[in-house]
Design a protein around this ligand. Structure first.
Ligand SMILES: [Zn+2]
Ligand SMILES: [Zn+2]
Length: 394
């Protein structure tokens, strides 16, 4: 079968299973599960792939809700990974549309399974838990799950269609202040106020803000602010997310936020304890893969936008994958311009007809891109060379 026929067959497979994929995605949306607890979601995605003939490994790299579906052509390499996400957000549910991401990934894998005998390599659908907090892909990377992968891709729903939008590097900071409890009216002079230290930290960060580069983002919540108004709080805690366009600058900003907390400790006399978590790296969108993906989207009749200078960006653990192997994290529009993720409006969009259409289009474009990458060795070579070059420059 020739190249164009293979792509047509993959597209036809997705069209013929349209109702089933919409059902899977709707079920995920209706049962939002949080980081590392995506038991039902992972099972549904695995069951669906298994039913359609992929070889399934449930639970990989000692992560119960990570998985791997595999379909193999004439050789076991090269290997293209299509990544699934399926975790939801606390309280608000599937407001990031990961029900669409997970389903698109298995849809692409199932479509490729139908044409795999005409492909020289291997396709893996990798289930990556806890994107919204926990960084499943970091753990999978650390534990070698990507060792045999030559290129990786996924899709994310958005309000614009873009193949080269970047992401912010992020780090997490947890601060705790230990003060001394005392009667807040009868003996405040005997107390050390841990809550005031947290409040001062926020104020210090706000004083710092003007002096940060425009790509920096520092945002936090108070997770413990004391137990009663008539007790001087002896314990208070907060968590911050610190982000920037590069991991290097994010780390510099993180150091300054820690200094804000240290200053608050000095001012109040409370003891500061803090811990940082290695966060998500910025994405390096692979130029060759992004170009091929964009061509496939256009072939499906979908318009591709260029990222704007002030394009909205979040952070994702796909950034870390893209620093290690050639990868893309393209966006497909499922809502009118301007609706951001992590909102109720976006959650509604993630189950709308436009959401389902974006998911199916993304599945087709990923399957087509995998066919291109497996059948044209020069593409993978270029993609690898590009990543090497970028890494040498940084
Ligand atoms: Zn999100
Ligand atoms: Zn997301």
């Amino acid at each position: 079968m020739n190249h164009a026929q293979l792509k047509q067959q993959a597209i036809a497979a997705i069209d013929s299973l349209r109702a089933e994929f919409i059902q899977v995605s709707t079920t995920l949306h209706g049962n939002p599960e949080l980081a590392f607890k995506e038991f039902k979601s992972a099972a549904l995605l695995c069951d669906t792939m298994e039913k359609h003939g992929l070889k399934i490994q449930r639970g990989i790299a000692e992560l119960e809700t990570a998985f791997r579906g595999e379909t193999r052509g004439a050789h076991s390499s090269p290997t293209i990974a299509i990544l699934a996400e399926y975790d939801a957000l606390p309280d608000i549910g599937h407001a990031c549309g990961h029900n669409l991401i997970g389903t698109a990934a298995i849809a692409a894998g199932i479509a490729l399974q139908r044409v795999v005998k005409d492909l020289p390599g291997r396709v893996i659908v990798m289930g990556t838990p806890a994107e919204e907090g926990g960084g499943g892909k970091l753990i999978l990377l650390e534990r070698g799950a990507f060792k045999d992968v030559d290129a990786a891709m996924m899709f994310h729903p958005a309000s614009r269609t873009m193949t080269t939008r970047g992401s912010l590097a992020s780090t997490r900071l947890k601060i705790e202040f230990i003060g001394k409890a005392s009667h807040a009216a009868a003996a405040p002079e005997d107390g050390i106020n841990a809550l005031e230290a947290v409040i001062l930290t926020f104020n210090n960060v706000n004083a710092l803000r003007l002096h940060l580069k425009s790509d920096a983002r520092v945002h936090g919540i108070i997770t413990n602010g004391g137990s009663a108004a008539n007790i001087i709080p002896e314990y208070a805690a907060a968590t911050f997310s610190v982000r920037a366009a590069s991991q290097k600058y994010a780390r510099q900003v993180l150091d300054r936020v820690v200094a804000c907390a240290q200053a608050a400790a000095t001012a109040t006399g409370a003891e500061l304890k803090f811990s940082t978590k290695p966060g998500y790296s910025e994405i390096i969108p692979n130029p060759t893969m992004a170009r091929v993906f964009a061509e496939n989207l256009r072939a499906l009749g979908i318009e591709v936008n260029e990222p704007r200078a002030n394009e909205r960006m979040g952070s994702t653990d796909m950034g870390n994958v893209s620093q290690t192997i050639p990868a893309i994290h393209p966006y497909l529009a499922i809502t009118p311009n301007g609706i951001a993720g992590h909102t109720v409006a976006f959650r509604d969009a993630a189950i709308s007809p436009a959401g389902m259409q974006g998911m199916l289009d993304a599945a087709k474009a990923m399957a087509m891109t995998a066919i291109d990458l497996l059948r044209e060795p020069a593409l993978l070579q270029n993609a690898k060379a590009e990543l090497k070059k970028t890494r040498n420059e940084n």
